[in-house]
Design a protein around this ligand. Sequence first.
Ligand code: NAP
Length: 348
Amino acid sequence: MEVLDNVPLAAHTTLGLGGPARYWTDVTSEAGIPEAFAWAEKRRLEPLPWGAGSNILAADCGFDGLVLHMVLRGVDFLPAGRVLAAAGEGWDSLVTAAVARGWAGMECLSGIPGSVGAAPVQNVGAYGQEVSQSIVRVRAWDRHAHAFVELAAPDCAFAYRSSRFNGADRSRFLITAVEFQLRPAGAPALRYPELLTRVPPAASLAEVRAAVLTLRRGKSMLLDPADPDARSAGSFFKNPVLSAGAGAALTARSDGAMPPLYPQPGGNMKTSAAWLIEHSGFAKGFQLPESGIRLSRKHVLALVNAGSGTAGQAAALARHIRAAVEARWSVRLELEPVAVGFSLGELG
Ligand code: NAP
């Protein structure tokens, strides 16, 4: 096991923020995982799984533990639409390969940054599709059992942008591989109105992928070094899921435009974090004085590092927005990225 000292996290995050990780190791095989955890435990260090750094806000002071950089590789396309992919594979490379084979099930998830291993954690979804819809099982190191386990999809507690991996069992499992069931020669998922208007009737998987990429590019939600608004961690706040009562209370607080409310399973209502932010007085591109962090000029849901930003400034903007939305709408926005190295309350 090779361990590096003081690795700057900024170089490993899409936001380009974060101080040094005290220790860092590249995990290239499952065999190295028990040793890596034992190494951290022996030194009483916190282990931190790390994928592509696309959904992380790392503090300026860095992280005082051991980063487990998941770089396990390998994708097997098996008979009848089964796919087995290692955690360190790039998510969009997998989608590209599935679409090229004509296998349906992940085409709307085109262009999402990050790794295969991170996708089940928040049950990534977009444009009417969720990764949980095609997951058969997740393979992981179980820190409680000290063993590799395989969790069938029903045991993963998948829900809207959540799972047991970021819920009840946060920090327990280190995902090493994911098995999917796709649909060879299947039709694309065309459920999302914004997408439906942009594809021809009976669109192919490739046409849907192209339309999703165009939509995402228009919102600077594709990784693109040439696009200054893409230097972000994607959506910075989760779309709130409210009880029916809280949904009604939200509507009652409006004195003009009505907040969007989409019915959810169990009678809950989902609303749009972007709508709440915009209707709390924030325009695209908003920036606090003397800060190198601003809202994206394409989408108020993304915080962008304008180049000279710090994680402290990102935290200040997050606090400012959360406070304003709560004051106006009585809704507490939750952060979507994983915050690393921050103390309690620093993010509002
Ligand atoms: P958007 O299209 O402006 O939608 C904002 C919110 O309204 C989302 O909660 C979306 O639901 C909901 N919504 C819009 N039209 C809807 C409809 N007809 N029925 C039900 N719900 C509807 O969102 P955006 O920020 O530009 O993002 C585009 C897509 O990428 C969305 O699907 C979004 O969820 C997804 N995304 C996912 C992640 C992630 O997985 N972490 C991060 C960024 C964006 P849904 O969220 O259910 O689509």
